[in-house]
Design a protein around this ligand. Structure first.
Ligand code: TYM
Length: 329
């Protein structure tokens, strides 16, 4: 069975971009793969977080994993900082990476834009080597993620191949990214030229999985479109409606070309009203399950058990890597 690894940062509640780009795949894969899903809390502290809120968000993300359908009997679910192999392997990989390749990461460039070198946190620079460690520590074959992580996966592959070549053996399994056809890059509702994000200031730029029906409706009805009222997919000239069409298609499974026909001559009002319904139908059951799971003892047990199972795998890989590098005795 092929092994799958992925993770989500606990920096806030999940939005439909996370769900459609990544988490939907987690569920698809768990029946016929060995899946390992992580709450990557050490990545979150690359930027300052409020400790109380961070701890609460870690449990929120874990509860959301279960609420969307991750079954702890099938998949391993755990918190990154509780398995120390991630930090250890992260250091080893940092030592095999170059300043040049890390400087080229677009996420790093975005987050450090306009800042002097003296005030750019080192953690956002070395972030991708820790992400590579997450993946490589489990000999993962497949990494389901959104499009924005493509470059990080490429770097992970480069590091694995570089080290394998250096020692002339299979120190690491070289993983592959897995991306959705629709939903791999969900854009902000108020600005369809930038990606939907957990941290954008305008709360109507995103739909969080835990949003009320009223908030979902408001966010969709006020989403930016254009003035020609044609429901047509055209990323270049009509990015707003194109983004909404992708979301509709991803939630309903209806191809975009069919949606264009269905709404031909009907304008944006009708289309948006239906999209509200499709979105609410898809995510309101998750919200209800989340409330139940978030405060249950089961969640603690699942994460304890996940930590044990993940540690066994990662420790074994780490021992192999240390041996190949000649560190330890
Ligand atoms: P994070 O926490 O930002 O996002 C979690 C997942 O959601 C995807 N995603 C999106 N997909 C479509 N449209 C969007 N607007 C959108 N925004 C986010 C992300 O691609 C991701 O799959 N670096 C990762 C976390 C990470 C990780 C890992 C992932 C750390 N270690 C190892 C996989 C394997 C991140 O910040 O994701």
């Amino acid at each position: 069975m092929k092994r799958v690894f992925s993770g989500v940062q606990p920096t806030g509640n999940l939005h439909i971009g996370n769900y459609l780009g990544a988490l939907r795949q987690f569920i698809e894969l768990q029946d016929d793969h060995e899946c390992i899903y992580c709450v990557v809390d050490m990545h979150s502290i690359t930027l300052p977080q409020d400790p109380k809120e961070l701890r609460s968000h870690i449990l929120d993300i874990a509860a959301l994993y279960m609420a969307i359908g991750i079954d702890p009997k099938k998949s391993i679910m755990f918190v990154q900082s509780e398995v120390s192999a991630h930090a250890e392997l992260g250091w080893i990989l940092t030592c095999s990476s170059y300043m040049g390749e890390l400087s080229r990461m677009t996420q790093f460039k975005d987050k450090s834009k306009g800042k002097e070198n003296g005030s750019i946190p080192t953690g956002i620079f070395t972030y991708p080597t820790l992400m590579a460690a997450d993946i490589l520590a489990y000999d993962a074959d497949i990494v389901p993620v959104g499009n924005d992580q493509k470059q990080h996966i490429e770097l992970t592959r480069d590091l694995a191949i570089r080290i394998n070549n250096r020692f002339n053996k299979n120190t690491f399994v070289v993983p592959e990214g897995r991306f959705m056809k629709e939903g791999a890059r969900v854009m902000a509702l108020d600005d369809p030229t930038s990606k939907m994000s957990k941290s954008a200031e305008n709360e109507f730029s995103r739909i969080s999985i835990l949003d009320s029906d009223t908030k979902i409706k408001k966010a969709i009805m006020r989403a930016t479109t254009d003035s020609d009222a044609l429901v047509k997919f055209d990323i270049e000239n009509k990015p707003g409606i194109s983004n909404l069409l992708s979301i509709y298609s991803a939630f309903s499974g209806t191809p975009i070309s069919d949606l264009e026909k269905q709404y031909d001559g009907r304008g944006y009002g009708d289309f948006k009203k239906d999209l509200v319904e499709v979105t609410i139908n898809a995510i309101s059951p998750i919200r209800e399950k989340f409330e139940e799971i978030r405060n249950s003892h089961e969640l603690t047990k699942v994460l304890d058990d996940g930590r044990e199972r993940a540690s066994v795998i990662a420790e074994k890989v780490l021992a192999r890597v240390k041996n190949d590098f000649g560190i330890g005795r």
